[in-house]
Design a protein around this ligand. Sequence first.
Ligand code: AKG
Length: 241
Amino acid sequence: MKSIFISQGFVKNESFISHDEAMYLREIYDNLLKDDDKTKGFRSDLSGKKTDNQVEKITQIMRPSLLAPKLKESYTYKHALKTVKKLLGDDMELDFDMLINKAPNTNTETPWHQDAAYWIKMPDKRAVSIWIALDDVYEENGCMWFIPKNKNQEIIEHKAMPNGGALYCEVNNVNAIPIPLPIGGCTFHDGFTFHYSKGNITESQRRALILNFRSKKMIELERKMGVDHTGKREIRNKKGS
Ligand SMILES: O=C(O)CCC(=O)C(=O)O
């Protein structure tokens, strides 16, 4: 797993957590999704726009474990940290978590981007996002797609969607690979790997819980620079970094 992650920038695990554990997380997740008051200030629509009746298309809630601390006590968070330490080193810690839900029949893609475009420039570039499927995911409801990474991939130019929506970039995606997963499966990707997901054209939600890890020192640097992953989205890392 480690060598694939290092060489192509992503790897999958089809059974990262059990079905029961995914159901446990889903209950907490659904309660947060329903709770506009509790999630105020942490919540936004990645699509950059809402439909006329104000249905969020791609709901992103940052730092859900601050709002529902039992998430941090869950098997998933502990298992994720152990796995990441083996992958990238013992100094890895949870930087932030987020949930991203694609509502039914909203057909809105998450555009191609590199996560590092959202982050400040960091001397230690080791980082991994674990994207955990809390529904079966496939192309039609918005599974992740990745482009295998080039060696020493740098950040390319990103632009921002209107109204504080997602960042996006123009990239040749002929080699892009979709990663369908069963509930409880996950993907691991680093900050420089291009990824994307199609819109959800099914009758059900597409719920993903994402945990991001980096070194303790880089988390300290971020916090010193005022970055705690609760604020507004912006381009923080420029082309060529
Ligand atoms: O869930 C999605 O559609 C996109 C997720 C993503 O961009 C990420 O986890 O970095």
